[in-house]
Design a protein around this ligand. Structure first.
Ligand code: AMP
Length: 191
């Protein structure tokens, strides 16, 4: 059976993690968050985690080969998944090309890119609010939060064009209640 592979896209604080959980329940897709995977590596004090930690706490992206390697391992380890929701990946053109190359080899290319759109000032408010309870050091400082948004605009946002050229981009208004946004996402997937 054809797999459904979705890129859930958007700036930091757009609600990708929250919405991934709902989509995971509804469609049975495997949720893959490179941020969560990296935080797991830091927790376990692996060499990869040590390499990533400083960059993450500065709000900068970690090197492409490192995240691409993690994703390739994960795809290999889960050959029977019905499909994947990629959350926070790809974040650069090189990552998007590596993902396409890997998925095409397996035979299940990306189905859709769902791009959550939220204005910067709302993102900053949400992230700093989350920082009070999430325990994520990169959500605590306004400087780091703004740095992550700059990184997104410079390196990641251009990927909308990459998927648009493949006819896969769907822009989703990311302002509203969690349930409203879930409904917009499921409409885009079902439609
Ligand atoms: P996130 O949990 O998606 O907000 O990611 C937290 C941090 O992990 C980011 O600010 C980056 O430092 C790093 N990170 C997560 N995913 C990627 C990725 N695909 N490419 C590069 N860095 C990443």
């Amino acid at each position: 059976m054809k797999k459904t592979n979705i890129v859930l896209f958007g700036p930091p604080g757009a609600g990708k993690g929250t919405q991934s959980k709902f989509l995971n329940e509804r469609y049975g897709l495997h949720h893959v968050s490179t941020g969560d995977l990296l935080r797991g590596e830091i927790q376990a004090e692996t060499p990869l985690g040590l390499q990533a930690q400083e960059l993450m706490s500065a709000g900068e992206l970690v090197p492409d080969d490192l995240v691409v390697g993690m994703i390739r391992n994960l795809l290999e380890d889960n050959p029977d998944a019905q499909g994947f929701i990629f959350d926070g990946f790809p974040r650069t053109r090189a990552q998007a090309e590596a993902l396409d190359e890997t998925l095409i080899r397996i035979g299940d290319p990306i189905s859709l890119m769902l791009a959550l759109e939220v204005p910067e000032e709302d993102l900053v408010k949400r992230l700093l609010g989350r920082g009070a309870t999430s325990g994520r050091p990169d959500d605590k400082s306004e400087e780091v939060v703004r740095k992550r948004i700059r990184e997104y605009e410079k390196k990641t946002a251009p990927l909308k064009e990459f998927y648009h050229a493949q006819g896969k981009l769907r822009r989703i208004n990311g302002i509203g209640s969690i349930a409203e946004i879930t409904a917009r996402l499921t409409d885009a997937i079902d439609g």
